[in-house]
Design a protein around this ligand. Structure first.
Ligand code: 5RP
Length: 251
């Protein structure tokens, strides 16, 4: 992602190479133009492969406006993005009130409920979404769905205290996700460890349970050892999806 940001920053105006990348950029640029206004001084930057285009568009707003702003990252990747773009870095403990946070999503339903955490950053992402006056989601067309759980996402990402993962897995199996698994690093080198030092579980739930994401979120969050759940229920003010035909769907 940092390489992608370098590429877009050093080749401004050069279109991204795939339809999906173009769709991500379209969503990101449209959302920034609409929601990241000159009067916004504290800005949350999300994680994932769509967010470099958010930073790209913010940089294009110019040094005059950006020199008085501070940017709050949702993890290691967005921290790198902010620093590499020569923007001022802050943290949410210094700035617990954020004007606007722009972030990606793995899936967004008709009510703006989201699944997030494909990159394992959803704990910080949720803190920044909640801290923001306005939380805006940007994604390509594949993430736009009616009901959560109907796209390609492998279940709900759940961050857990590492020592508690086996117990949480057992309890997830009992409450309706028999296929919940610990997320493993590539080549199964070991569990994925979040920026906060925790493990991630991916828990697919049946469609019937996904229809009521708030109830499901509450049930999962009650399990001891769960740190945060990648279900963002009615936190987003708007979601922007870039489409294959060059249009943008706004929810
Ligand atoms: C990371 C996230 C990301 O925002 C989400 O996975 C979307 O990523 P991308 O923009 O690459 O599709 O929640 O934890």
């Amino acid at each position: 992602d940092v390489r992608l940001l370098h590429s877009v920053l050093h080749n401004p105006g050069i279109p991204p190479t795939s339809t999906i990348e173009a769709a991500k950029r379209l969503a990101a640029w449209t959302a920034v133009d609409k929601h990241v206004l000159p009067e916004h001084k504290v800005i949350g930057i999300g994680s994932g492969s769509t967010v470099p285009y958010v930073v790209e568009r913010i940089v294009a707003q110019g040094h005059e406006v950006n020199k008085d702003r501070v940017f709050i990252p949702t993890g290691f990747q967005s921290k790198e993005l902010i620093v590499n773009a020569n923007l001022r870095l802050g943290d949410v403990d210094q700035y617990p009130i954020i004007d606007v946070t722009v972030d990606g999503a793995d899936e967004v339903d008709h009510d703006l409920n989201c699944i997030k955490g494909g990159g394992g950053c959803h704990l910080r992402e949720k803190v920044l979404a909640e801290a923001a006056d306005t939380f805006v989601v940007v994604a390509d067309y594949r993430k736009n769905s009616e009901v959560l759980g109907t796209t390609f996402i492998q279940g709900i990402p759940i961050e857990v205290a590492s020592f508690a993962y086996a117990k949480v897995l057992q309890n997830l199996h009992l409450i309706g996700s028999p296929k919940a698994v610990l997320r493993m690093a590539k080549a199964k080198a070991g569990p994925v460890v979040s920026d906060n030092g925790n493990f991630i579980i991916d828990a697919p739930f049946p469609a019937e349970m996904m229809k009521d994401p708030y109830t499901l979120l509450t049930r999962i969050k009650m399990l001891t050892g769960v740190v945060e759940v990648g279900l963002f229920c009615q936190m987003a003010k708007a979601a922007y999806f870039g489409n294959q035909d060059g249009s943008v769907t706004v929810k």
